[in-house]
Design a protein around this ligand. Structure first.
Ligand SMILES: NC(=O)CC[C@H](N)C(=O)O
Length: 381
C-alpha cells in the first residue's frame, strides 16, 4: 500500500495509505457526516470536483452493489453512470465486506473507476480544520511527490456543463426511454413525444447533474420525464410541469438555465419544482442572491422547519452554497429553514405553483421523510 499525503491549501498535511486508484488529484475538500451511503454519494454528480471526506470512521464494510442498468438506461443501485467525486478520504477502510447485495469491495470499484481512496486519515482532525477555516482546495499526492498534481479550480468553474446530458432523453413510467437530438425542431419533438406516449403528464427535467432517484421518484408517480441538457431552451416544448435538478459547483455559472426558467415563468400556472441546485437556480430566477456556506451541509440528519408550521423534518443534504433569505423579493418566501444555522432550505412563490427544496427529498441515501414533496408537485400538474 503506497503512502499518500493530503495537503490542504493552508499547508496542513495528513498522512495515510492508498486503497483505491493511484493517481494524484486536486479538488475542493469537503466532509460528509452520514454513517452510510458511499455508493450513492460517490455517484452523485453534485460531488464533481470535490474530495469527499467521510467522518464516520468505518467505511467499506458493506461493499458495493452491482452496476446493473435498467431497460430505461438508469443504474439500478447508483445515482449516475459513474463515480463523480474526485477521491474519497476515510479513517478506517474495511478490506472485508459483507452485504446481500454486494458484488465487490469499495477499493476494487475505485480502482476500476480510476478514483483514489485514502485511509488512515484522522478525519476528525481534518473536519475540525475545515470547520474552523471553511472548505479549502486540497491535493492528494503519492509518496510525497507534490509536483505532478494536476491544477484544479472549484469556484467559478461550470461543473454542471461537464455532467449534464447532451441529448434529450424521454422516460416513461412503464420503464422505457428514448433519446432525441437537441437539434430537432420543437414541432418535431412535440409530435414525437406525443407519439411516444400521450397518456401521461409531461415533466421537463432540467438536468444539472440529476441523481437517478429523482427520475425514479417522478416515474413512480406516473409522469413522463423529458430530461434536457442544463442550457437547453425547452420553452418551445409542450409540457405540464418543470423540474430543476441538483448539480455540482457554483450556481452563478449557470446563467443560461436561469434565463430559461425566467422565460418559463411567463406562464404563471406552470408548476415548477427544484431540488438543491434547482432551489438555487429557481431563487436566482426570482431575483435572489446566492452565497457560499463556510463548510456546507453534507449529511443525513439536517433538521429543517417548514415555515408557518411547527413541523420539522430530518433531511439528506449535500450542498456548499445557499440562498440568501434577505434577497428574496416580495413575491417569494422561505419554505424551509435549517434549524442548525437558520439558512434557507427552500422557497415558495406566494401566488404561483413554484417551490423548491435545498435538501434531497429523493434521499438516496438518507431519510425519505420529505418524499411527499414529489406528491405535491405531481398533484399540481
Ligand atoms: N447537490 C446539489 O445540487 C448542490 C448544489 C450546489 N452545487 C451546492 O453545492 O450548493
Amino acid at each position: 500500500m503506497r503512502n499518500v499525503t493530503l495537503i490542504l491549501d493552508d499547508g496542513s498535511r495528513f498522512s495515510g495509505k492508498s486503497f483505491g486508484y493511484e493517481k494524484p488529484v486536486a479538488g475542493e475538500v469537503v466532509f460528509n457526516t452520514a454513517m452510510t451511503g458511499y455508493p450513492e454519494s460517490l455517484t452523485d454528480p453534485s460531488y464533481a470536483g470535490q474530495l469527499m471526506t467521510l467522518t464516520y470512521p468505518l467505511v467499506g464494510n458493506y461493499g458495493v452493489p452491482p452496476f446493473t442498468i435498467e431497460p430505461n438506461g438508469l443504474a439500478t443501485f447508483m445515482e449516475s453512470e459513474k463515480i463523480h467525486a474526485e477521491a474519497i478520504i476515510v479513517s478506517d477502510y474495511s478490506y472485508e465486506y459483507s452485504h446481500w447485495n454486494a458484488v465487490e469491495s469499495l477499493g476494487d470499484w475505485l480502482k476500476r473507476e480510476q478514483i483514489p481512496g485514502i485511509t488512515g486519515i484522522d478525519t476528525r482532525e481534518l473536519t475540525k480544520v475545515l470547520r474552523e477555516h471553511g472548505v479549502m482546495m486540497g491535493k492528494i499526492v503519492f509518496d510525497d511527490e507534490p509536483d505532478n498534481v494536476p491544477e484544479a479550480a472549484y469556484a467559478g468553474v461550470n461543473y454542471v456543463d461537464r455532467v449534464s446530458c447532451k441529448e434529450i432523453i424521454c422516460y416513461l413510467p412503464a420503464g422505457t426511454s428514448q433519446t432525441f437530438s437537441v437539434n430537432s425542431s420543437y414541432a418535431q419533438l412535440n409530435s414525437q413525444f406525443s407519439t411516444f406516449n400521450s397518456q401521461f403528464k409531461k415533466v421537463v427535467l432540467v438536468d444539472c447533474g440529476v441523481k437517478t432517484n429523482i427520475i425514479r421518484c417522478l416515474l413512480k408517480r406516473n409522469v413522463e420525464v423529458i430530461r434536457v441538457p442544463w442550457d437547453y431552451d425547452y420553452n418551445g416544448l409542450e409540457f405540464d410541469g418543470l423540474f430543476i435538478s441538483n448539480g455540482p459547483g457554483d450556481p452563478d455559472t449557470c446563467d443560461a438555465a436561469v434565463q430559461n426558467i425566467r422565460k418559463a415563468m411567463a406562464n404563471e400556472k406552470l408548476p415548477i419544482f427544484g431540488i438543491c441546485m434547482g432551489n438555487q437556480l429557481l431563487s436566482k430566477a426570482g431575483g435572489a442572491k446566492i452565497y457560499k456556506l463556510k463548510y456546507g451541509h453534507r449529511s443525513h440528519n439536517q433538521p429543517v422547519r417548514m415555515l408557518g408550521t411547527e413541523r420539522c423534518f430530518i433531511t439528506s443534504q449535500n450542498h456548499g452554497y445557499a440562498v440568501d433569505n434577505n434577497t428574496l423579493s416580495a413575491d417569494w418566501e422561505p419554505l424551509f429553514i435549517n434549524m442548525n444555522d437558520g439558512s434557507n432550505e427552500g422557497i415558495k412563490h406566494k401566488k404561483n405553483p413554484w417551490f423548491s427544496a435545498q435538501f434531497h427529498p429523493e434521499a438516496a441515501s438518507g431519510p425519505t421523510d420529505t418524499e411527499f414533496l414529489f406528491d405535491e408537485f405531481v398533484k399540481l400538474l
